[in-house]
Design a protein around this ligand. Structure first.
Ligand SMILES: *[C@@H]1O[C@H](CO)[C@@H](O)[C@H](O)[C@H]1NC(C)=O
Ligand SMILES: *[C@@H]1O[C@H](CO)[C@@H](O)[C@H](O)[C@H]1NC(C)=O
Ligand SMILES: *[C@@H]1O[C@H](CO)[C@@H](O)[C@H](O)[C@H]1NC(C)=O
Ligand SMILES: *[C@@H]1O[C@H](CO)[C@@H](O)[C@H](O)[C@H]1NC(C)=O
Ligand SMILES: *[C@@H]1O[C@H](CO)[C@@H](O)[C@H](O)[C@H]1NC(C)=O
Ligand SMILES: *[C@@H]1O[C@H](CO)[C@@H](O)[C@H](O)[C@H]1NC(C)=O
Ligand SMILES: *[C@@H]1O[C@H](CO)[C@@H](O)[C@H](O)[C@H]1NC(C)=O
Ligand SMILES: *[C@@H]1O[C@H](CO)[C@@H](O)[C@H](O)[C@H]1NC(C)=O
Length: 261
């Protein structure tokens, strides 16, 4: 390569990122509407297995997504898709990343299917009301996307019975409205991040059957005052994981709960 062309390529390396940055200020903001919802749902369907009869056969291009199986729209307001409940429909295949193009305001329920693959980490749009994400009882693997911690309206995270691995992201400690964190029966490892004890609204905290270790803080009762359900090892004090050391408060509370069932 001659000196000149080398200079040009170096210049290009420098200038291209600057140009892209500059240009990105002029890109129109992405404003989703019912048409983009429909496209995202069609993309979502395309990642699923196609064995007939397809559980989502009603999802065809020629009708409104608001009339499709498991799709719920905000009929009074802007006619956007607000919830998806496809639980127990026998879906298999992957969860499309296009799911992130749907700005759900209410709930995303995909539990009890045979979905596989990783949880897309692009579900990070600003949401208005509350959001429940239920992906339990599938075959999802990979890590829990830390970006979930940015969805401040999340109330329920229910990912139980999958093979999720890695650590519990400390970013989840930012979810001030979280009432349910169910991660039971997965392959999560490491300790519980201290930020989780900042989730003072938590009612249901379920971690049983993972490879977690560490010690619960002594003041957990003060920090999680609303806790009603606490599953470490299926409420059976005899089988509490020896690697998860309970505080005195928790041992007492767990005994109380255990004797109530
Ligand atoms: C939705 O947005 C797309 C692109 O932004 C636009 O072309 C389309 O007309 C919009 N559709 C509706 C129903 O508003
Ligand atoms: C999803 O959103 C991205 C921008 O975030 C856009 O480029 C893409 O076209 C959208 N896809 C669908 C299917 O709406
Ligand atoms: C939904 O289906 C009903 C009956 O099939 C029809 O009357 C209605 O227009 C459809 N709604 C939309 C938004 O397509
Ligand atoms: C979702 O669908 C399942 C199965 O049809 C049903 O049992 C459940 O009550 C639904 N949940 C909501 C919030 O509508
Ligand atoms: C959360 O949002 C902020 C601001 O948009 C962003 O800088 C950060 O990378 C996001 N965090 C994650 C874990 O996605
Ligand atoms: C969200 O969590 C609360 C507390 O555990 C529970 O009562 C509620 O039924 C959950 N919502 C859904 C849709 O599962
Ligand atoms: C997850 O844990 C189960 C039970 O401990 C084990 O049989 C399985 O091999 C693990 N899977 C992965 C992907 O690590
Ligand atoms: C818990 O919240 C407090 C107050 O918002 C903050 O100062 C602290 O850093 C948080 N702790 C963790 C471990 O995230």
């Amino acid at each position: 390569m001659g000196f000149y062309s080398q200079l040009v390529s170096h210049f290009a390396l420098l200038i291209i990122p600057i140009l892209t940055r500059f240009l990105s200020f002029h890109v129109e903001p992405f404003t989703p509407n019912i048409t983009t919802d429909k496209e995202a749902l069609i993309s979502f369907k395309s990642q699923l297995s196609n064995d007939p009869p397809h559980p989502l056969y009603s999802w065809d291009h020629n009708s409104s997504p608001c009339n499709w199986t498991g799709v719920f729209c905000n009929n009074l307001h802007d006619n956007r898709v607000v919830a998806l409940n496809l639980s127990g429909l026998g879906l298999s295949g992957h969860i499309s990343t296009y799911i992130g193009n749907l700005s759900f305001h209410d709930s995303l329920q995909l539990q009890n299917n045979q979905l596989t693959g990783v949880i897309p980490d692009q579900i990070d749009i600003d949401l208005l009301i509350k959001l429940e994400v239920k992906l339990g009882k599938n075959n999802l693997y990979g890590t829990i996307p830390p970006s979930l911690g940015n969805i401040s309206t999340l109330t329920n995270i229910s990912f139980g019975t999958n093979t999720l691995s890695g650590k519990i992201p400390s970013h989840l400690g930012r979810l001030k409205n979280l009432i349910e964190l169910d991660l039971t029966i997965n392959n999560l490892t490491g300790t519980i991040p201290p930020s989780i004890y900042n989730l003072s609204s938590l009612v249901n905290f379920a971690l049983a059957a993972n490879d977690l270790w560490g010690e619960f803080p002594e003041d957990v009762g003060n920090r999680l005052p609303k806790l009603l359900v606490f599953r470490v090892e299926f409420l059976d004090p005899c089988t509490i994981s020896p690697t998860l050391k309970l505080s005195k408060w928790l041992t007492t509370r767990l005994m109380e709960l255990y004797h109530q069932v």
